[in-house]
Design a protein around this ligand. Structure first.
Ligand SMILES: [Zn+2]
Ligand SMILES: [Zn+2]
Length: 81
């Protein structure tokens, strides 16, 4: 739904957060609400974007890097085939 975000005061797509009872956009949710975990790859403290097979947290930056690496490998494989 559209509304004014409690944290950034901008009109955007927001969700009511049950924990604090306010409308929050997804960017502020990531920054302010989501629990931070230590990334298993770079060891920064960020909200987990995804998890590895062991359930360890992986931050958004490492997730992107991993996706790019996989895509590159796929492209290279298809080129040399
Ligand atoms: Zn916001
Ligand atoms: Zn990381």
């Amino acid at each position: 739904m559209n509304g004014i975000c409690f944290f950034c005061d901008e009109a955007k797509t927001v969700r009511q957060n049950r924990k604090i009872g306010e409308l929050i956009c997804s960017a502020c949710y990531q920054r302010e609400i989501k629990p931070k975990e230590v990334c298993t790859i770079c060891e920064c403290k960020e909200p987990a974007k995804t998890r590895n097979k062991q359930g360890g947290a992986i931050c958004a930056a490492c997730y992107q890097r991993d996706r790019r690496a996989k895509l590159r490998a796929t492209l290279q494989a298809s080129r040399s085939a």
